[in-house]
Design a protein around this ligand. Structure first.
Ligand code: SAH
Length: 216
């Protein structure tokens, strides 16, 4: 077993001890080579349970955060999942390993280009767009699940409207320093109108969600 595989298995154990219970999430993390989503000098830290810098002044989320959000989404094989904030592509790859059909939007062109190349190289079939994701991606809507991997000031309405009935969206909401993880569930009431229920979870620190329905 190579060193990265050994470290990856250790990381999965750490995540399980930190409270991640969903075996499918842990297995997916056990299959994605995080060292292939960071630059050369960062590879040796790939399996530390930390966020790491990527290009464009952005970060690859901490593995615990990726596991936490993925667990909240209850992803089932074949589901359509929209991610806002592609970044390194690591979170999208984890969703792919869970059997989801993944769509992802990134606003920083440098990251979009390098991650697109990496997905191709690693044979991840993920549909990507360079745009402001705070207004979602109408073309492929509705989605079973939506995951926003940058922190916003409020729940972006147009994005939430692109959920299927009973669909779930996970998004960190707060100020620029600290955000609370929020799980939004869409349901349709007896008059046929969409309703959204909101549950709040732990606090995290994300890079800002910048855009029309995010930070200006
Ligand atoms: N999921 C990523 C996390 C990257 S950090 C990973 O696994 O590596 C969050 C990303 O969100 C950054 O790349 C940032 O550029 C992007 N972002 C911020 N606001 C955005 C917006 N409105 N639309 C799309 N991407 C956005």
């Amino acid at each position: 077993m190579d060193l990265f595989t050994q470290k990856r298995n250790e990381l999965v154990k750490i995540l399980a001890h930190s409270g991640i219970k969903d075996k499918k999430v842990l297995d997916a993390i056990g299959r994605v080579k995080r060292e292939l989503f960071v630059s050369g000098e960062m590879k040796r830290y790939a399996y530390d349970n930390h966020a790491l810098p990527i290009s464009g002044g952005q970060t690859i989320s901490q593995p615990y955060t990726v596991a936490y959000m993925t667990e909240l989404l209850e992803v089932q094989p074949g589901e359509k999942v929209l991610e806002i904030g592609t970044g390194s592509g690591y979170q999208a790859a984890v969703l792919c390993e869970m059997g989801a059909k993944v769509y992802t939007v990134e606003r920083v062109s440098e990251l979009f280009t390098s991650t697109a190349k990496n997905f191709e190289k690693l044979h991840y079939h993920i549909t990507m767009k360079l745009d402001d994701g705070t207004t979602g991606w109408d073309e492929f809507a509705p989605y079973d699940k939506i995951i926003v991997t940058a922190g916003g000031p409020k729940i972006p309405k147009r994005l939430a409207s692109q959920l299927k009935p009973d669909g779930l969206m996970v998004i960190p909401i707060g100020d620029k320093n600290l955000q609370q993880m929020v799980l939004v569930k869409k349901s349709i009431n007896k008059d046929g109108k969409a309703e959204y229920t909101v549950k709040k979870f732990n606090e995290f620190k994300f890079v800002p969600l910048v855009g029309e329905e995010g930070w200006k």
